[in-house]
Design a protein around this ligand. Structure first.
Ligand code: AHR
Length: 311
């Protein structure tokens, strides 16, 4: 069923309405929820018939969803790949069916760039660099125990996901400038609050001189806060916390001083995605890469913008 009450749209491509199949990663974080909402609202606004699926962070589910969109002959497929590798076969199928593909938020690691029209989303390496730069600039404060070493633990995103790979790379590149900063432990918390909490509990049990947490997203940082408080420590003071995203819960914790610095990653990709889809289907040239504009926030800056934060 097309769910929209317009029987003529079944099968897609049969009238002027654009039918888009969107294969979402899941609902792992506040960021993802905001991203889904924004894409659904932008589709409604643009009059795009959106077929939406949630892969629950599993690549096999995303591949199944894309195959079903190919079978339904949608006009365009957009997706945010849960991991970087392993997409060539299904993207070849879409190409053979003449259905253009737009990568949204996360990239694929494929040699054949003809498998997709464009990639809309953040520069994750840059985000990692901004996080690392804050630490380099605030190194004296971040040496919480004053032992001359800044001991960082890292909560990584989903293993194999572009934002986990790239944020780690950018962060490591920048902190190398300061010989006192090093990462003692690094593990995946799968971009979830619960994952961040569990990994942080284990980190705290295995060493007692952690100065800094670098969490690849707000949700894992918020989970780490719970673990730090449960261990009788004060987040933001006894352990400094740097995260990425700037969703409302993260910004609230930042404004309260429980997080020390957040690098923004914007989930509001919907309007640009609809625009790109319309252009691709009209045969217009689109840039092969569209980078999202983003900023960073200190506790003071978070307090200023919190009230009007949309997500
Ligand atoms: O791909 C973007 C990342 O995925 C966000 O930073 C994270 O919160 C989400 O789960």
């Amino acid at each position: 069923s097309d769910g929209g009450g317009d029987a003529a749209a079944d099968g897609g491509g049969s009238d002027d309405t654009i039918t888009m199949g969107f294969a979402q990663v899941g609902a792992e974080s506040g960021w993802r929820t905001a991203n889904t909402k924004n894409i659904q609202e932008a589709a409604a606004e643009a009059g795009v018939d959106l077929k939406f699926s949630d892969a629950q962070q599993k690549q096999e589910n995303q591949i199944k969803a894309i195959r079903s969109y190919i079978q339904q002959k949608v006009d365009v497929i957009a997706f945010s790949p849960v991991v970087e590798t392993g997409w060539d076969a299904v993207l070849q199928e879409a190409k053979r069916a003449n259905i253009p593909v737009i990568l949204t938020d996360r990239a694929v690691d494929s040699e054949d760039t003809s498998l997709y029209k464009t990639f809309l989303g953040s520069d994750f390496v840059e985000e990692g660099k901004k996080a690392g730069q804050w630490l380099v600039d605030n190194a004296a404060d971040a040496d919480v125990d004053g032992d001359g070493d800044i001991n960082v633990v890292e909560l990584q995103g989903t293993t194999g996901a572009a934002p986990a790979i790239d944020r780690k790379e950018g962060f490591e590149e920048v902190i190398a400038a300061n010989g006192e900063i090093s990462i003692s432990q690094s593990q995946t918390g799968d971009f979830t609050r619960d994952g961040g909490k569990q990994v942080m509990e284990a980190f705290l049990q295995s060493e007692d001189d952690i100065d800094v947490v670098f969490a690849h997203n707000d949700d894992m940082g918020l989970g780490a806060i719970e673990a730090i408080e449960a261990a009788g420590l004060v987040p933001g003071e006894d352990v400094k916390i740097i995260t990425i995203d700037a969703v409302k819960d993260g910004m609230t914790a930042l404004s309260e001083g429980k997080i020390n610095f957040i690098v923004e990653c914007s989930p509001l990709l919907g309007p640009q995605l609809m625009d790109l889809a319309e252009k691709v289907l009209a045969g217009e040239e689109v840039p092969t890469r569209v980078v999202t504009e983003e900023t960073t926030f200190t506790p003071e800056q978070a307090a200023e913008v919190l009230a009007e934060r949309q997500y």
